[in-house]
Structure formats: structure tokens, C-alpha cells
Design a protein around this ligand. Sequence first.
Ligand SMILES: Cc1ncc(COP(=O)(O)O)c(C=O)c1O
Length: 365
Amino acid sequence: MIKLIKPYITFHEVEEDFKRIFESGTFTKGEYVNKFLQEIKTYLGVDHAFLTTSATTALTMCLKSLGIGLGDEVIVSDFSFPATVNVVEDIGAMPIFADVDQDTFNMKSEELEKKITKKTKAVIFVDAFGNPSGISKIKGICEKHQIPLIEDAACAIGSSENGVKVGKIADLTCFSFHPRKLLTTGEGGVITTNKKEIAEIMSVKLNHGAIVRDGMADFINYGYNYRLSELQAAMGIKQLNKLESIVKSRNSIADEYKKRLHLLGFKRQNSLDNVIHNIQSLVFMVPEGMNRDHLITYLTENGIESTIGTYCLSNTTYYKNKYNSVQPIAKYLEKNTVTLPCYDNVDHKYISNIIEKYVRTLVED
Ligand SMILES: Cc1ncc(COP(=O)(O)O)c(C=O)c1O
């Protein structure tokens, strides 16, 4: 079976570090966590970073640190993994679904403008599959209306727009280190920000509500523990060092696929000219009239693992029943997109050949 994902880390790469951690007995809040945080800040060029257990906990922390809750509205990109909206629902705020652009799969600026009200307390823009296209424009709108912008960059480590890395564009940015991402620590995430006031709140909240004075903890607030361990940080450091080459390699594989599949009527997710997209997932829109689910089945039968693009959040059972606000483009993309394997040495020629064979069977039918 050709797998959909292959992590960019081997046991061999971390063996020495793991040994060192076990010998030291320091499994948390040690040198690896500090180093990983420092390297993330340097790589992204940001002032503050907070490691978390996932992008989901990272997003939750952002909303909590902004003081968002009951009666507030948060506008979210509608084409995403449900975590994007679940965090809004979880804190008692009302999610407002903004439809996405059919080419980039990201929140449309006109949609955002239309949906801002007096109750809007934050915007969560999703870099769909790691593509940050349009984030700067969305940031301009948020600034005009003085609404905090949270970037759900779960998939977007290594991406940039206008030469600015994702991580320092929005007010708050959340990354994921889940195994489907370019950089994995098993589970994990990080929040980055250049906003000093929010960082101060966050550092207390993420330390059980404590500040440390004269070596003693003073619990000035309530808070949480969403820490990453030393072992996980050791894994992260290794991959951060090779991120740029991973992004280049994924882009060249994606271009090879595009050359073949565009001739067959498939359309790859588009990025704007000034964007570096890390291709966390390689997603194509299937040709008009093609049954995407049949294609996935056919690929499986031919030893190729693939999957859907992602979800139309407003069309998932819970949110559809509760808010009845289905967004048409996100709904179309949910039904008509497919994710293909994309990593070093993947046999993209074989995969393209199988897809071509599938298209031929449809023509013959
Ligand atoms: C856009 C988006 N946001 C949030 C998440 C949640 O990330 P995590 O699994 O790290 O909580 C995901 C996971 O795939 C995602 O794709």
C-alpha cells in the first residue's frame, strides 16, 4: 500500500537525545523544551511562543486569553477540520461560518466583511492544507475593525505570504505537531504572538495560573497544563532544522502531479503569487461530474491510500442542526476534493497513471 503520510523523522535521529533525557531524569520543563521554543522563535522571527499539547488546546488558549465567551461571536473559515469551530462552541461563543474561495480554499474577504457585527470578538482564519493565501488581506480587515485575528495554522509551518512567515502575520497563530503535519512530535502544538499583553496573560494561564516571585509560585489566576514533554521537544528540534528542504521537496512533487493531473481535468488548490505553500496536504478538485468517493475506492483497490480534502464545518451534523447556516462553496469542496500522497520518493508517476486509468474507464463507460 502506498501510504498517504510519511513522517520526516526516524528513531535513529533522536536515539541519542532520548538516551540523554532518560539518563538525566528530566522529562519536562528542561533543556529540550527551552531549545525548541527558542528555535521556533528564531525560525519564525516572533517574540513569544508557547508549546501546547495540540493545535486544539492552542486555539482554546487563544480564545480564553482574549477573554472570549458567552454571547460573543467568532467568525471562522468554513472549510477545515472541526477543531477550528469546536473550540469556539466549547467556550460558549457563537461560531459564524464564512465561506471560502474556490481556488485557494481560504476565507473570502468579502464574506468576512459581510459577517462582522458588534458582537464579533475574533476571527479564526484557516490556512487550508497549509496555504496562507489571503491572510494579509484578512488581517487588514481585522485591523480596520479592531478585531483580533487568530490564524489556525495547524497545517502551515514553513509557509509564508509576502515574504512574512506564518507565525508572525496574525495577532495569534496556532500550529499543530500532529503526525499528519510536516513537523510532528506525536501530538503537540505551539502558539506564537508578538502581542506582549496577550503573551503575559498566556504565560500565566499556561502555568496553572501562577507567576513565580522570589522562587515561589503565586497563583494569581486559574490556569491549565498543556505542556509538551522533553522527548517531544527533542523530536521537534530535529525536524525544524530540515523544514525548508521538506517544503521545497513537497512543492516539486506537487508540481509533477499537477503537470499530469491538470491534463485530466483535475484542479490543484491554488496559492497566490506571493505565497509559499508548504503543501501539508496535496489536494485536488476532481473534474466536474466525477464521483470523488468512487475515485478514492479505486485508488485503494490499486494500493494507494488517499482521503477527502476536509470538512464543510457548517454542514457537519451538529453545526447544521444547531445553526442551519451551510456555506455553498465549502460544501462543494467537501464533496469534490481528494488528498493524494506527497512525500520524498513517493511513486507519483504510478499514482498519476492509476488516476489516468480511472478517467479512461469513465470515458469508456
Ligand atoms: C485546520 C486544523 N485546525 C486544527 C486542527 C487540530 O489540530 P490538533 O490535532 O493538533 O489538535 C487540525 C488537525 O488536523 C487542522 O487541520
